[in-house]
Design a protein around this ligand. Sequence first.
Ligand code: SAM
Length: 286
Amino acid sequence: MADDPPVPAGDDPPHDDDTPPDGWPAPPGVDPSIPSSARVYDYALGGRNNYAIDRETAEKVFAVAPEMRAMARQNRSFLGRLVRFLSAEAGIRQFLDIGSGLPTQRNVHQVAQEIAPGSRVVYVDHDPVVLRYAEALLATSDTVTAVQADLRRPEEILGHPDVRGLIDSSQPVAVLLVAVLHFVPDEDDPLAAVARLKDAMAPGSHLAVSHVTSELRPVEIGRLVQLSARAGAPWVARDRAQIQRFLDGLEMVDPGLVTAPEWRPEVARSVDPEKMWVYAGVGRKR
Ligand SMILES: C[S@@+](CC[C@H](N)C(=O)[O-])C[C@H]1O[C@@H](n2cnc3c(N)ncnc32)[C@H](O)[C@@H]1O
């Protein structure tokens, strides 16, 4: 698509061969005639865990806002590079992926376990539909699990028996808040929720954030924010300074808070500021 940013080979989320083919029966409790934002996101990424209703919904959004597909790809590519960095360079062996979405392209446990088999991953999402898919799609394993909990209530996450069972709070952990904080409005005090998560992290832990920004393309993002509200999952697009505050108190990992494609790209490339939608950054707790 013309609006997609150039994504270098090896940096584009590939199709997973182990995901079910299109037409795969919906898990119990999932109505395939109702669109799901998680499956729409999967479709935007070129995934196959979506139904006709999701594709129709996505195409309607792309018709109004073609930048949506580029945004999804920028974000997911960042996630892959992020987990490789955390695993290969920062030595992280346990991950708490909050707002994990549907198991889709290049999931966190797949990337982490390629580098360090035995890495432990807890996926957290507040959407019960996501949990049904996670149960059906994730290989049963004693190193990977998914729990239903809400980022706005961090005690629910930290106190969840499956989180306590898999994540050793005395050891460094990576807490991933990738494309989730823009679903939490200021009145729900996302800064306080993130501060609680930072408090609970052992020294050497990392917090990763990616977030839709209002700063680079205010007119287009304004249109997307309106669309998201009409679709029932309203976004809050924040500026760079507001996003940086989530990482306050941490030592920023190079290159700091930058647009997602600029965060440790695997292939050097020029970034077109006209096509940047998402800021991304990682902080390390001393
Ligand atoms: C755009 S998806 C991001 C998926 C994945 N993190 C990624 O970046 O590829 C956002 C996910 O956040 C979840 N979410 C939104 N608000 C949440 C909250 N308050 N607590 C937990 N999950 C939330 C949604 O259900 C959705 O699955």
